[in-house]
Ligand binder design. Structure first.
Ligand code: AP5
Ligand code: MG
Length: 187
C-alpha cells in the first residue's frame, strides 16, 4: 500500500508519517530528510539543493526527480511505502503515478493534514528555537508556506478527482490525529 501524507510545512507529515509507517510496517520515504542528510554530508545533491532549501524554495525538479525515482526503486519500497514530502509538484506527481503504474501499483490513500496557518507558524517557530533547522527562519517559513499554496496545494485537486484524498483535521494531540488516521486507513 502506498500512502502519501500531504500538508503544509509544519502540518505534521513527519510526525504522523513515522507513526503510520511503523504501524503498517512500511518504509517511510522523506525527501526533506534525504536532502538534509545530503547537505550535511556535502554530496553533489546536497550542494545543488542547499541554496534553494535554505531559502524555503523547492529544490528544482531537475535535481529531485532522479532521487525520487531511485527511492521508489528500492527493494524495501517494492510493496508499499509512506511518502512524506513528495510528490510536491505536477512533474513529481506525474513521475510517481507513472512509476507505480508501470509496476501495476498506485497511490492508495492521500492523507491531507489540515492545519491553520497560525498553528503552522507557531509550531515552526517553536522548532526553530529547539532544533535550528536552517529553513525554519521567519523568511524561509513564509516562503515555504507560499510555495506550498502555489506548487503543492494544486495536487489536491489532481488526486481528489480519483477519490483518494482524505482530509484529516491536523490540530489536536499527536495521538488523537494518529487515531483518526488509523480509522481512515482501516488499520
Ligand atoms: P520538508 O522537510 O518536507 O519540510 P516541510 O514540508 O516544510 O515540512 P516540515 O518537515 O517542516 O513539517 P512536517 O509537516 O513534516 O511536520 P512535523 O511532523 O515535522 O521539506 C523541506 C525543504 O526540502 C523544502 O522546502 C524544499 O526545499 C526541500 N524539499 C523536500 N522535498 C522536496 C521535493 N519533493 N521537491 C523539492 N524540494 C523538496 O511537525 C512540525 C513541528 O510540529 C514539529 O516540531 C512537531 O514536533 C510539531 N508537531 C507535530 N504534530 C503536532 C501536533 N499535533 N501538535 C503540536 N505540535 C505538533
Ligand atoms: Mg517533515
Amino acid at each position: 500500500m502506498f500512502i502519501l501524507i500531504l500538508g503544509a510545512p509544519g502540518s505534521g507529515k513527519g510526525t504522523q508519517g513515522r507513526i503510520l509507517a511503523e504501524r503498517l510496517g512500511l518504509p517511510k520515504i522523506t525527501t526533506g530528510d534525504i536532502l538534509r542528510a545530503a547537505m550535511k554530508a556535502g554530496t553533489p545533491l546536497g550542494m545543488q539543493a542547499k541554496k534553494f532549501y535554505d531559502a524555503g524554495k523547492l529544490v528544482p525538479d531537475s535535481v529531485v526527480l532522479g532521487m525520487i525515482k531511485d527511492e521508489l526503486a528500492r527493494p524495501e519500497a517494492k510493496d508499499g511505502a509512506v511518502l512524506d514530502g513528495f510528490p510536491r509538484t505536477a512533474a513529481q506527481a506525474e513521475l510517481v503515478d507513472k512509476t507505480l503504474a508501470e509496476r501495476m501499483q498506485r497511490l492508495n490513500h492521500i492523507l491531507l493534514l489540515d492545519v491553520t496557518e497560525e498553528e503552522l507558524v507557531k509550531r515552526l517557530r517553536a522548532r526553530a528555537a529547539t532544533e535550528g533547522r536552517s529553513d525554519d527562519t521567519p523568511e524561509a517559513v513564509a516562503e515555504r508556506l507560499r510555495v506550498y499554496q502555489m506548487d503543492t496545494a494544486p495536487l489536491i485537486a489532481h488526486y481528489t478527482t480519483r477519490g483518494i484524498v482524505h482530509r484529516v483535521p491536523g490540530i489536536g494531540t499527536v495521538d488523537q490525529i494518529a487515531e483518526e488516521i488509523k480509522r481512515i486507513i482501516g488499520r
